[in-house]
Ligand binder design. Sequence first.
Ligand SMILES: N[C@@H](CCC(=O)N[C@@H](CS)C(=O)NCC(=O)O)C(=O)O
Length: 206
Amino acid sequence: MLKLWGRINSVNVKKAFWALEEVGVPYERVDAGGAFGLVKEEPFLSLNPNGVIPLLQDGDLALWESNAIVRYVAARYGAGTLWAENPAERALGDKWMDWATTTFAGPFRDVFWNLVRATPQDRDQNALERGHAACCALLPRLDAALARAPYLSGETFRMGDIPLGCFAYLWFEMPIERPRLPHLEDWYGRIRERPAFKTAVATPLT
Ligand SMILES: N[C@@H](CCC(=O)N[C@@H](CS)C(=O)NCC(=O)O)C(=O)O
């Protein structure tokens, strides 16, 4: 059976967890990382020398990097649903997966970490405000894409919606000011109705 390692309050674990729930393949999940530990010791380190979650085992395959896990689950178990067979259609959402990591995750982390994870004494208010301003400047790009199609993946919900869907959950749950972005809000309203989202993503922040 597939095995997913990772605590569910990690945004990167949520991506893998959501993808597995969408395709409906049997799997087990082991709490790891944060207070659960396990990631800096064996056997975890032999499976992922980076010592971070998520990690997915499928038979002899030990796979790390959350977006790679989402792509693998989609390709292996989600043909025609999470995974679009047409490369051009697949690329529509695929680019947003990398954008989530390379462009959005950094400023988002400054907001989330300082607001949700840091103790009040450790909070870096400047970083929080800088991150918030950067996120507010980036999110209209998503809104513009979602004005043209109902999903980041195009006409249908697919893997490309998963990483930013996880960030969106945390963004809309945090006690912060948010710019009005109607297309983004409509998309978020659609994805949050998915049973797999409710199970894997809509969990307590801490
Ligand atoms: N680029 C990696 C980042 C993984 C990562 O930084 N994971 C964090 C949790 S979101 C982690 O393992 N932190 C240490 C811990 O939880 O013990 C991915 O996308 O999978």
